[in-house]
Write a protein that binds this ligand. Structure first.
Ligand SMILES: NC(=O)c1ccc[n+]([C@@H]2O[C@H](COP(=O)([O-])OP(=O)(O)OC[C@H]3O[C@@H](n4cnc5c(N)ncnc54)[C@H](O)[C@@H]3O)[C@@H](O)[C@H]2O)c1
Length: 449
């Protein structure tokens, strides 16, 4: 049992456990949540209301989530101290309780120097000077001194699969003619590839040494005024990711798992990812899968009943495929960088990031999150779309096998959108829609369950 510095877990709930390779979920699980910075609280409150209503309705009061507030980002600085954005308590609580959900957190992008402790507005000082007060809410500014907490959480908890389902809800504005044809779940490797953060600045001694070493060892010439980035991709990282994707496809009765790679160019990383993917498919799931080659060699192109097809596609071609032939794909397993691009491109087809849920999954831990940022200019205005966090809660409930409650939230969301009671971002693209506040959207979802 973890002991916490500043947290007290609810006494009335029980812990979710992981036994014999599966989650064991009690009827009153304790679930830690991070509200998030900026407009995080705006979307958290209606999301909590919707989840509680769905669980109560689905199980007639027999099941109930005991929410456990934990801190990260700006609220952690208030509760702990000004140097602590990701307290050990938070990491330990997620490790202990296994399933958690979070709103967006401020991360340094675009070189902002200061962030407001209250509303998460970001700005640069003039001549390196700290601004007096936040012009928006009058609170204190602090210097941004932290790197991405999202990356921190993924690394500390070894959440190696970023899982993002992309599915259209009827009525949501879409730039494509038939958005209903795209229904994919993307499994993106979360720990390696060019995201490993191993980079060498142009001109530095170590960079020049590497350039010399490569020239001497394999005779490849690199311009001496180059910067260098390292792209590690391992058997361990690739196989566990693909295994998770195939396991999911089998459990959820999906037809195809597609390995997405750029192996025609990067043979020993992306090409190896493809080869290791086929290997793990045969090692772990021999009786449940058929590879694309076997489909033609042994089955004359006709898929045997109840099996999952394992195929692969080159990364650039999959961007075409998800637009031109989306219904041929269901689970996409990708290395880190391909998955980053592909997730947003797919999300754009079904309503953008405001409606895209996300999760980071490890061996047993699942951390569910909105995929958008803190949208600081909307902090506290009760204006933004809580759809992404609500759909992340749907994923969380599915992960807990509380599928009935998850289905009720999906039904509620679909109903609110059908009635065109939507937040500003969707309203401006939908004819005849009525703009509602974030909280009112939550109420509309509950009414439609
Ligand atoms: N997962 C995360 O925690 C996460 C993800 C992305 C960005 N961020 C952080 O958030 C901060 C702001 O980043 P940003 O401005 O680049 O991106 P952002 O996603 O916060 O907002 C960009 C714009 O998108 C729109 N938008 C975003 N979410 C919306 C929603 N739910 N409903 C309606 N409109 C929405 C708004 O117009 C907003 O101004 C930065 O510190 C960034 O690092 C965090």
């Amino acid at each position: 049992m973890a002991s916490f510095q500043k947290l007290t877990a609810p006494v009335s709930g029980s812990k979710i456990e992981f036994k014999n390779g599966a989650l064991v979920v009690p009827d009153n699980p304790i679930i830690p949540f991070i509200m998030g910075d900026g407009m995080g609280p705006d979307i958290w409150h209606p999301t909590k209301k919707v989840v509680d209503a769905a669980v109560a309705k689905a199980y007639g009061g027999k099941k109930k989530i005991e929410w456990f507030r934990i801190y990260a980002g700006l609220d952690a600085m208030q509760v702990y101290d000004k140097d602590t954005v990701l307290p050990e308590d938070t990491v330990n609580a997620i490790r202990e309780y296994l399933v958690a959900i979070k709103g967006p957190l401020t991360t340094p992008v675009g070189g902002f120097e200061f962030v407001c402790m209250t509303c998460a507005a970001e700005m640069n000082g003039t001549d390196g000077k700290r601004p007096e007060k936040c012009p928006k809410c009058g609170s204190e500014w602090i210097t941004k001194r932290f790197r991405s907490m999202n990356v921190g959480l993924r690394q500390l908890l070894d959440l190696y699969a970023c899982v993002r389902p992309v599915k259209w809800i009827p009525g949501v504005p879409s730039p494509v003619k038939e958005p209903q044809n795209l229904d994919v779940v993307i499994f993106r490797e979360n720990t390696e590839d060019v995201y490993a953060g191993i980079e060498f600045r142009q001109g530095e001694e170590a960079t020049l040494e590497i350039i010399k070493f490569i020239s001497a060892k394999i005779g490849k010439q690199i311009r001496t005024d180059s910067g260098i980035g390292i792209k590690p991709m391992s058997i361990t990282g690739s196989k566990r990711l693909v295994e998770k994707a195939i396991q999911f496809a089998i459990e959820q009765k999906k037809k195809v798992v597609t390995l997405v790679h750029k192996g025609n160019i990067m043979k020993f990383t992306e090409g190896a990812f493809r080869d290791w993917g086929y290997e793990v498919a045969k090692e772990k799931f021999r009786d449940q899968i058929v590879t694309e080659k076997e489909l033609w060699d042994n089955f004359n192109g006709k898929m045997p009943e109840g099996k999952v097809l394992i195929n692969d596609r080159i990364a650039d071609s999959i961007f075409q495929q998800v637009i031109l032939r989306p219904s041929e794909y269901s689970v996409l397993a990708t290395p880190n960088l391909n998955g980053d691009y592909l997730s947003d491109a797919c999300a754009a087809q079904v309503g953008g990031l405001g409606m895209a849920p996300g999760s980071n999954i490890g061996e047993s831990i699942g951390l569910f999150e909105a995929t958008h940022g803190t949208a600081p200019k909307y902090t506290g205005l009760d204006k933004v779309n809580p759809g992404s966090l609500m759909l992340s809660a749907v994923l969380m409930l599915q992960y807990m096998r509380w599928n009935e409650a998850a289905a009720l939230i999906e039904k509620g969301l679909a109903g609110a959108i059908r009635q065109k009671r939507v937040t500003y971002d969707l309203e401006r693209q939908m004819e005849g829609a009525k703009v509602v506040k974030t909280s009112e959207f939550g109420d509309a979802v509950v009414e439609n369950m």
